[in-house]
Design a protein around this ligand. Structure first.
Ligand SMILES: [Fe+2]
Length: 377
């Protein structure tokens, strides 16, 4: 079922990745090397208040209005801002939302292409500004990839743009930026990074060249997530999670996620549960459902999290669910005020996300998705 060593794979990643505590000055150093002085920073309201950490010396414009799960109007406001300032370099400074929008801000302004014209793989005509990604959370791995997601408010669907032109020229990952992330967000984003690794590891499209990162990413989360929740100032643990997030990003490009993310999507699109929290809630259910199809890999995932080996779905669910609860993740849909009578609609919506579900190691019917929601209620 899984791909073999001889299966072709395209290992896309940024040309330069600078990683580690105190590496933030690499951003301005790189701009100097390239001779770029007109810069646009794309950030959410919180990160916009600490742009000074980047110590930029050129002409800096800040778009400070990135929203969680950004939608089309949010992107349009950014494009209008970017067309005015005509930056030579765009810096994504924030979580996945800021970095995704920064990717689009590096290719769309002045291009004549609309978002709808570039949805899908490799429709973007050209990169129009240099792109620097600086993650401030450990979860999305967006700094490493070529995809950007924007919600269409008309349909609540996520529009996925994928382009090599949206790959960062340099990613600067300074885990110190995550020291102030509160425990609940640390937990949810940490499980999101884990989900990227585990879903790629167990995907029908899994590949030995990516399994290496997927399993090590899971081990890093297993070793460091509880520590970072316990003590947000634990630099070593924060660095471990930032590396896990990057490894998760390596998994997303060539392999991508499967049923976990598909089943979690309606929680965000219909009930505005944050991406990380939604994935944490669903993660143990999909790991358990898939266990019969990928028993060895499931056992390796549990071992990576420091849990006893199990292959029976009920035992896997109990172990992985208990692990998430111990981290403080909310694991009940009812706690988010999701109405029970919405579960069938959510199941139909999730079941339609074929780009992810078709790669799940075990076929998942609409009724089986509904059963997951009921079990998680
Ligand atoms: Fe995710």
């Amino acid at each position: 079922m899984t791909f073999g060593l001889s299966t072709p794979i395209d290992l896309v990643r940024p040309a330069r990745i600078v990683f580690g505590s105190g590496t933030l000055p690499a951003v301005q150093r790189w701009l100097d090397e390239q001779g770029l002085t007109r810069v646009l920073v794309v950030a959410d309201a919180f990160n916009a208040t600490r742009i000074d950490l980047l110590r930029l010396t050129g002409t800096v414009s800040v778009f400070a209005d990135v929203r969680p799960e950004p939608d089309l109007p949010n992107l349009e406001a950014l494009i209008a801002h970017a067309e005015k300032v005509q930056a030579q370099a765009v810096i994504g400074f924030g979580g996945g939302s800021a970095m995704d929008l920064a990717k689009l801000a590096a290719v769309l302004p002045g291009s004549g292409q609309t978002l709808h014209e570039v949805v899908g793989p490799e429709k973007v005509a050209a990169k129009r500004a240099a792109l620097i990604q600086v993650p401030t959370t450990a979860g999305t791995g967006s700094e490493a990839g070529t995809r950007a997601l924007v919600t269409d408010p008309a349909t609540q669907n996520k529009l996925a743009v994928q382009s090599l032109h949206m790959l960062a020229d340099i990613a600067v990952i300074d885990p110190d930026l995550t020291l102030t992330v509160p425990p609940a967000v640390t937990a949810a984003t940490g499980v999101d990074a884990l989900a990227h690794c585990v879903e790629a590891f167990t995907s029908r499209k899994s590949h030995p060249a990516i399994d290496l990162y997927a399993l090590e990413g899971a081990r890093l989360v297993g070793r460091h997530l509880a520590r970072a929740i316990e003590d947000g100032g634990d630099r070593e643990a924060r660095a471990g999670l930032a590396l896990a997030s990057l490894y998760g990003g390596f998994c997303l490009g060539p392999v991508n996620t499967t049923a976990g993310h598909a089943v979690a999507y309606p929680l965000g699109s219909r009930h505005h549960i944050a991406h990380g929290a939604a994935n944490a809630l669903i993660f143990p259910h999909v790991l358990a459902f898939n266990a019969p199809a990928v028993p060895e890999k499931t056992a390796l995932v549990l071992e990576a999290l420091g849990l006893p080996a199990a292959q029976e779905p009920a035992a896997v669910l109990a172990a992985a669910g208990g692990w998430c609860r111990a981290l403080g993740c909310e694991m009940r849909l009812s706690a988010y005020d999701v109405p029970r009578d919405d579960l069938p609609v959510m199941a139909s919506e999730a079941h339609a996300i074929r780009r992810l579900l078709d790669n799940n190691p075990r076929d998942l019917s609409r009724d089986e998705i509904l059963a997951i929601y009921q079990s998680a209620y």
